[in-house]
Ligand binder design. Structure first.
Ligand SMILES: NC(=O)C1=CN([C@@H]2O[C@H](COP(=O)(O)OP(=O)(O)OC[C@H]3O[C@@H](n4cnc5c(N)ncnc54)[C@H](O)[C@@H]3O)[C@@H](O)[C@H]2O)[C@@H](O)CC1
Ligand SMILES: Nc1ncnc2c1ncn2[C@@H]1O[C@H](COP(=O)(O)OP(=O)(O)O)[C@@H](O)[C@H]1O
Ligand SMILES: [K+]
Length: 533
């Protein structure tokens, strides 16, 4: 399952399954608890060694922290299943047992037949040394507000234990990834759990915002809900954003008999003297990703500087908007890129005007985004073959009201997420928007949205280096030249961008990125089992 769900969608899918009579809420809870236990044994195989192998082996010990809702219900199931496997389990309940929802209450009572449920006050910070495993089932998709201090203190005291979060760490908003608990500064780099076990599919909060860094790793366990999409009237592509998976090598392969013009001609406009590096890096990216030809359009004053530094990339003098119109008489030029260190003057605004009026595929990045944010007339010329690539600051300049909604603290669900913001921005702009970050979100104007997650095993903090965005703009332009649709070009480029950073590793500078493409592309050819972009 690559679709990403909001809390409300997950609830609707569960409810539809229950209403259909195919499964009960209790059965789903049992499967959820069993999924957690399965994930625990997968993560720590040593737990499964039978006690009989070693007479002296002490019994395994766990603490389960249960909350006041169905997440707590999952916790009672986990406690029971671990007990059945011979563990010594201690269970704490945050809240009042009489107020538990019905399914959680049933599992509470089943646990009471086995052992004690200890009140939260007894969950003191001195007890954690004896417990190899802490299961946190305090809040999941039902988290609605800041986590209280009496929970925070316990969570911080457990950080030296092995930790499993049920569905989500209890302080992460499942729609936005916002962290609803003060996380101590000195703990940056420490995650809230070693493993987060979620059900059916990732929730947005596992991949977006600050929360993603605090889940440890996320394991998705099926609870048998696959059949339910029709039941809530959804077709997956329309409703659910998806996680961009491994690119199919086939998508990037070239037709053996093709010539260079079959693969398109990209034109990248450069800034003036001493401002040409960004466009040169974008051009190198466009060429390496497979555009048949790449030309740098340079103002005459920068011609010598650029000529001294390029080889396979071609050069064209483009003094002003009229000159650009002339160059675009060549209809083989099918993808343009404007923005990296382009400049913010009238000349540059006019270049953007001509580029947009040409109706060609057009990537607008950096300075071009600032210019269209300033000029309503330019903004209105955007069309479906454009791709905007803002980072957070540029996004706020372009869509200040949407950014304000995104920044507002969520007080009640459903919370407004980066996915909602990108979709709204794309709809307004009438084109594809790629909103950058470790949680890059891409949406086209119709609301088809995806996330390129640089988290968990794809974490690449070294990609936050000057100029890496320019290379990304070049990658997108190159794929547009090759005939990819705007949204597929943005998705493919974002995915490859992270793969290039992973391939190089720490120490990466932006120039290194295009040079990783041959190896990354090679690794994809012949491995077409991945999820299609
Ligand atoms: N609905 C279902 O059939 C299933 C639900 N499942 C589990 O149920 C969870 C969702 O259950 P719920 O909707 O009951 O929600 P939760 O159990 O996540 O939390 C809701 C409860 O927590 C309280 N609460 C929320 N934020 C709080 C805060 N900051 N401080 C104090 N109290 C707070 C609420 O008042 C409510 O009592 C999922 O995350 C998943 O773990 C799974 O068992 C699979 C099946
Ligand atoms: N912590 C991070 N992890 C992964 N990718 C990141 C991270 N921070 C930034 N990026 C990516 O690096 C690129 C930076 O682009 P941008 O902010 O435009 O930089 P520049 O203008 O210097 O080129 C974007 O693709 C962004 O998604
Ligand atoms: K939890």
């Amino acid at each position: 399952m690559n679709e990403l769900l909001t809390a409300a969608q997950m609830r609707a899918i569960e409810q539809a399954a229950i209403d259909s009579g195919a499964v009960t809420g209790l059965e789903l809870m049992e499967r959820a608890g069993a999924g957690v236990v399965e994930a625990i044994y997968e993560e720590w195989p040593a737990f499964s060694k039978p006690d009989g192998e070693n007479e002296q082996k002490p019994r395994l010990r766990a603490v389960v922290l249960c909350g006041p809702g169905n997440n707590g219900g999952d916790g009672f199931v986990v406690a029971r299943l671990l007990h059945q496997r011979g563990w010594v389990v201690e269970v704490f309940l945050y809240g009042d047992a009489d107020k538990l929802p019905p399914d959680a209450r049933v599992n509470y009572e089943k646990w009471c037949e086995i052992g004690e449920v200890l009140p939260w006050e007894k969950c003191t910070s001195d007890r954690w040394g004896r417990h190899p495993l802490v299961i946190e089932a305090l809040f999941g998709t039902g988290l609605t507000r800041e986590v209280p201090d009496d929970i925070r203190n316990v969570l911080l005291a457990t950080l030296n234990c092995r930790r499993v979060a049920v569905d989500l760490p209890c302080f992460i908003n499942s729609d936005t990834g916002a962290v609803l608990m003060e996380w101590p500064q000195n703990l940056s780099g420490v995650s809230a759990g070693h493993v987060t076990v979620t059900f059916h599919s990732h929730k947005h909060g596992h991949l977006l915002g600050a929360g993603a860094a605090l889940c440890g790793q996320v394991v998705v366990k099926s609870i048998g809900l696959e059949f339910c999409y029709e039941a809530i009237g959804a077709t997956t592509a329309e409703v659910f954003p998806y996680l961009i998976g491994k690119l199919q090598g086939q998508r990037l392969s070239k037709i053996p008999s093709a010539h260079k013009f079959t693969h398109g001609h990209a034109l990248i406009l450069s800034g003036g003297p001493a401002q040409t590096g960004a466009a040169r890096m974008a051009a190198r990216g466009a060429l390496r990703i497979g555009a048949g030809l790449v030309t740098l359009g340079v103002p005459p004053t920068a011609q010598q500087e650029v000529a001294a530094q390029v080889t396979a990339v071609m050069l064209k003098r483009i003094a002003d908007a009229d000159a650009l119109s002339d160059v675009l008489e060549d209809k083989r030029i099918n993808a343009l890129c404007l923005g990296p260190a382009l400049g913010l003057g009238e000349r540059e605004a006019n270049l953007i005007r001509v580029a947009l009026e040409s109706g060609r595929n057009c990537v607008l990045d950096a300075d071009a985004l600032t210019l269209i944010a300033r000029d309503k007339d330019l903004f209105e010329k955007l069309h479906p073959d454009c791709v905007l690539t803002p980072h957070g600051g540029e996004f706020a300049r372009l869509f200040p009201d949407i950014a304000a909604k995104l920044d507002a603290p969520a007080t009640k669900g459903p919370a407004y997420s980066k996915i909602d913001a990108t979709r709204e921005a794309a709809k307004r702009a009438g084109c594809t928007v790629l909103f950058k970050g470790p949680d890059t979100v891409i949406s086209d104007q119709t609301g088809v949205a995806s996330v390129n997650a640089a988290v968990y095993d794809r974490t690449v903090p070294w990609l936050a280096t000057a100029g890496s965005g320019d290379v990304l703009a070049g990658f997108i332009t190159g794929l547009l030249a090759r005939g990819f649709s705007p949204v597929h070009a943005a998705e493919g480029a974002a995915w490859l961008h992270v793969e290039c950073a992973r391939h190089f590793g720490p120490g990466l500078i932006a120039e290194d990125l295009p040079e990783q493409l041959p190896a990354v592309l090679q690794s994809l050819s012949g491995s077409d089992q991945g999820n299609a972009v």
